[in-house]
Design a protein around this ligand. Sequence first.
Ligand SMILES: [Ca+2]
Ligand SMILES: [Ca+2]
Ligand SMILES: [Ca+2]
Length: 295
Amino acid sequence: MRSRSIRRTLASSLAALALAGAAATLLPADAVAAGRTQPDLFVELMMTDVLNPAEGETFRAHVDAYNGGTGESGPVSLTVSVPAGLRTTDLTPTDGEWTCAVAGATSYTCAHPAVAPGWAPRLWLPFVVAGAEPGSRPAITATIAPQRKEISTENNTASVTVAISGSCVVRGVVWHDLDRDGQRDEGEPGIAPGPDGVLSVRVGARQGQAIGGGSATVNPDGTWSLTTRTELLYQVWLEAASSYDRTAANVGDDATDSDLVSTYQWDPILLTASGEFEAVHGGEYVVDAGLVTRS
Ligand SMILES: [Ca+2]
Ligand SMILES: [Ca+2]
Ligand SMILES: [Ca+2]
């Protein structure tokens, strides 16, 4: 595991300068001249490396301990508490200048040497999903022990939630809308997989760090079904022979309409997609696709 210290962006630096200005006005001029500056540690930028971990999986979260004050901090002491549904696991005791220990199943304690103003040493920690309800959102909380003469201690705690993946079913049918009315009528056939029909049906999430989705197997009658992970925004992507086009979407009864709303290309193959939908544990999502003969 690597740690890195990050110089703040211009906006943050300006904020730090503004803080420096505010602090200076609170101190006698000779105190500032004598270098009596103050640290202000923040817990910020907590993020996980996977959006939707599942039971038994290990994921990591990072936390930045940012010194937004005007003076160097003393040694930093950070506690990370792990909620029910997650647990601690073995970790690399040192991560850059961080030194950490496992304090039972429910917390880590970490230490870092003094942090100069404007710097934010980053710490990565591992967590295991253990007994969490699918679809729940446990919160990991990091707290920095107050510094002597710290400007504010209200910003010394922050949390990040992680969505626990469950499973859902995404399914549909690809059919030939012979009368081009956007509805699947009696006698309108499914479109079979193959070079002259359906080339692929894919369920995918565009969010970074998401795990889930995949390719569905299309049956000869045009039906398909995929069981996949949840707590994501999915889209269904359909590729078909260029002899087809997409029929009108969401016309009439939703049970027998077409749910493909976008066409990205017609040649050399047709590429169309549904809108995004949120997939939650236990859900079943039907995405039907009506195709017409391309005119
Ligand atoms: Ca603080
Ligand atoms: Ca029709
Ligand atoms: Ca619809």
